[in-house]
Design a protein around this ligand. Structure first.
Ligand SMILES: *Cc1c(COP(=O)(O)O)cnc(C)c1O
Length: 392
């Protein structure tokens, strides 16, 4: 592997070589025409990829957590009520952020590997007035995928703002922000967007911008305040120089490169590639006798969460994986942390990466003493993928 290991975690991911070379351009001023064009074009491409032609995109230096922080800081005032729908670790993080800004939250928590029933959510919306609802598209701790469309429709029915944590889904799972009526869709650069860590990315609907403008109290975070960032985004969209905080110039050059690659592949092709690879990978894993954390109907296409075989040593398994040149992630959800691992397969991922990963999984399972038929996972993946490719 040319001396380096294959990175198969749910972010940072393996990046396209063109994106990595874009990082190495000579750093220019944030106020010169060629960079203004790159920034402005990145904002325009975001609207396409989010499918939000009338949305307001934001690109700000920070991680995905900053994007969550921005949504909370700008849309919540002290005492506002927020319904938080949690399918894992990141749902609870959102609650913590919202409460820091004075929100009164109600947490609807799914059983591990499950989603929260729509009927339960509707019941909650019926009995109390909420200003906002938050939910996670793909919770990276459980590999659970939530269908945003019916949930966003429900939020609209009850006149509640909706915020989608799409950190592990944007450009990997289907998102139609405007058609579905989601008010904020947020992500970070290092996941399916395919750019090294360091950018918080978010698109706000016009309704969300109105809610922000209608605030009675100032935004409690100086760095997150849209009053500072909105004029900057407008300036770049209109190709004017501006300054609030120095943008990470090289990261934004890389972002434009990656967004162009995504647009060139086409969203439909890209989402379907993720679906085919994930589906064949899940078939391969279950053929080895391993169990998945999410139920089959709500398994994400950007990562897979897999229980270790019973009575096996998870830490030893992950160490063997690394020794076999593939880096996977351990567990994240505290209740089951030591019992499972996670494989990221998003962005530039190809069948070759997954074949290398399954091969390393088989070798590592064998090394920790698990009994199975060697080659079973690989042949199941091959057969499933060939079948899925034939259906295209
Ligand atoms: C990774 C992730 C986050 C946090 O993003 P950071 O860039 O690590 O701050 C939030 N939500 C989800 C769903 C994620 O996958």
């Amino acid at each position: 592997m040319k001396g380096r290991k294959l990175l198969m975690i749910p972010g940072p991911i393996e990046f396209e070589p063109e994106v990595i070379s874009a990082m190495a351009v000579a750093t220019t001023s944030h106020a010169v025409p060629n960079f203004i064009e790159v920034f402005g074009n990145s904002l325009a491409l975001m609207k396409k990829i989010w499918m939000a032609p009338n949305g307001q995109p934001f690109i700000v230096a920070g991680s995905g957590t900053l994007a969550m922080d921005m949504a909370a800081a700008n849309l919540v005032e002290k005492g506002d009520t927020v319904l938080v729908i949690s399918t894992g670790y990141f749902g609870e993080r959102f609650r913590d952020i919202l409460e820091r800004y004075g929100a009164k939250t109600t947490l609807l928590k799914a059983a591990i590997g499950e989603t929260v029933d729509l009927a339960v959510i509707e019941e909650a919306l019926k009995i109390k007035n909420y200003k906002m609802l938050t939910f996670t598209h793909v919770d990276t701790s459980t590999g659970v995928l939530v269908n945003p469309e019916p949930l966003a429709k429900l939020a609209n029915k009850y006149n509640v703002l909706s915020v989608l944590d799409g950190v592990c889904s944007v450009a990997g799972e289907e998102i139609r922000q405007e058609e579905w009526g989601v008010d904020v869709v947020l992500t970070a650069s290092q996941k399916a967007i395919g750019v090294p860590p360091g950018l918080a990315l978010l698109v706000a609907s016009q309704r969300a911008m109105k809610a922000w403008k209608a605030r009675k109290t100032p935004v409690l975070s100086y760095y997150s305040d849209w009053a500072n960032w909105y004029p900057i985004m407008k300036a770049y969209e209109e190709r004017r120089p501006s300054y609030f905080g120095t943008p990470p110039v090289n990261l934004i050059v890389a972002l434009e490169t990656s967004l162009k690659i995504i647009a060139h592949e086409g969203l439909k092709n890209r989402i379907e590639r993720h679906q085919r690879l994930a589906s064949a990978f899940r078939a391969s894993i279950t053929s080895l006798g391993l169990k998945l954390v999410p139920g089959d109907k709500q398994a994400a296409n950007t990562l897979t969460a897999i229980y270790y075989p019973e009575n096996s040593n998870g830490a030893e398994f992950c160490a063997k994986m690394a020794a076999n040149d593939v880096i996977v992630a351990g567990g994240l959800l505290s209740e089951i942390k030591a019992t499972y691992f996670r494989v990221g397969h998003m962005g530039s991922v190809s069948s070759k990466d997954i074949i290398a990963t399954i091969s390393a999984i088989e070798q590592s399972l064998d090394a920790v003493g698990y009994k199975f038929e060697i080659g079973q996972g690989l042949s199941t993946f091959q057969r499933a993928l060939i079948r899925l490719e034939a259906l295209r």
